[in-house]
Design a protein around this ligand. Structure first.
Ligand SMILES: *Cc1c(COP(=O)(O)O)cnc(C)c1O
Length: 220
């Protein structure tokens, strides 16, 4: 974490970039070590795994849901997570609003590169989605989240494409934030993973999500 923080200070000297430790397939003990090392948040992909790990005692820092959330798991997700960063469709909004008794922080997940294999709204769907939410929703949209295409080739061309997508994502985020919708303060842009977080910070990410870079390669 020390080296990561050093790089963050160099890339973004004027602001604090939040580091989320992504703890899928990591033990509670490993996750708590990352907390000790100073990460700002914990991200879990699967409700069932997260309940086993944190159901008895939550981590001392915010716990985020970053994986695809099925509507039939909404009840548990609301209980367990401080924020749900993977809101991406109207039926999920309806299920959350039905179950919620208090306002919940969420992010909208955006599939900025429009990969067919990925969840998330298309860029063009984000503004109308936010407008439709409106002031009566119990969801407070605190950010946008995206998963960029994985790096496969390490070519110049690929790097250019990914950085271009990151720029587009940052522009979309700023444009929506500038609307000033009271239900969508959009303080955060959650973008960048172990393979590309430095580019994401350069493009304006306020939160990066790191698994491998903190814990090493996943086994199994
Ligand atoms: C696994 C995962 C990450 C972290 O991936 P690494 O490449 O290990 O840093 C970040 N975000 C999401 C949504 C993930 O599923």
């Amino acid at each position: 974490m020390g080296a990561i923080r050093d790089t963050l200070r160099r890339l973004a000297p004027a602001r604090h970039v939040a580091v989320m430790a992504v703890t899928k397939a990591r033990s509670r003990e490993e996750a708590l070590m990352a907390v000790q090392a100073g990460v700002d948040a914990i991200g879990e992909n699967w409700v069932q795994e997260a309940r086993q790990k944190w159901g008895q005692e939550k981590p001392p820092i915010p716990l985020h849901c970053i994986g695809h959330l099925q509507t039939n798991k909404v009840k548990y997700a609301i209980e367990l997570f401080d924020a749900i960063d993977s809101v991406d469709r109207e039926p999920l909004v309806r299920a959350l609003n039905q179950r919620l008794s208090a306002v919940k922080d969420v992010m909208l997940e955006v599939n900025i590169a429009e990969e067919p294999s990925k969840w998330g709204l298309k860029a063009s769907e984000v503004r109308p989605f936010l407008e439709r939410l409106g002031p009566h929703s119990k969801l407070r949209v605190v950010g946008l989240m995206t998963v960029l295409p994985a790096r496969r080739e390490n070519s110049e061309e690929e790097a250019r494409r990914i950085r271009h997508d990151m720029q587009e994502m940052a522009e979309l985020w700023r444009m929506c934030r500038n609307e000033g919708w009271p239900w969508a303060p959009l303080a955060d842009l959650s973008m960048g993973m172990s393979g590309d977080w430095e580019w994401a910070v350069e493009a304006g990410a306020t939160m990066i999500r790191l698994g491998t870079a903190i814990f090493g390669p996943r086994v199994g």
